[in-house]
Design a protein around this ligand. Structure first.
Ligand code: FES
Length: 76
């Protein structure tokens, strides 16, 4: 996917047609960008192996690996 370096990851994803960022832990329900100001956690994803990154406020960088988060994400 492509985006502009420095723009929020969530905006780049939306521009590429991706609306689902994570699935909830209990009911496995899809969630996507909601507040877009870093308050609700609906946009959290796994970024470069780190879970719970709020993609609506995290700037995009070249070569990032951004993955859909399931539940609490990968545990160490
Ligand atoms: S959309 Fe609410 S924290 Fe990102």
């Amino acid at each position: 996917m492509e985006g502009f370096e420095g723009e929020p990851i969530a905006i780049a994803l939306r521009s590429n047609g991706l609306m689902i960022h994570r699935y909830t832990a209990r009911r496995n329900e899809p969630r996507g960008m909601f507040c877009a100001i870093g308050r609700c956690t609906d946009c959290i994803m796994v970024v470069n192996g780190r879970p719970n990154i709020r993609t609506c406020v995290e700037p995009l960088k070249a070569g990032m690996v951004v993955e859909t988060q399931r539940g609490r994400g990968p545990q160490k």
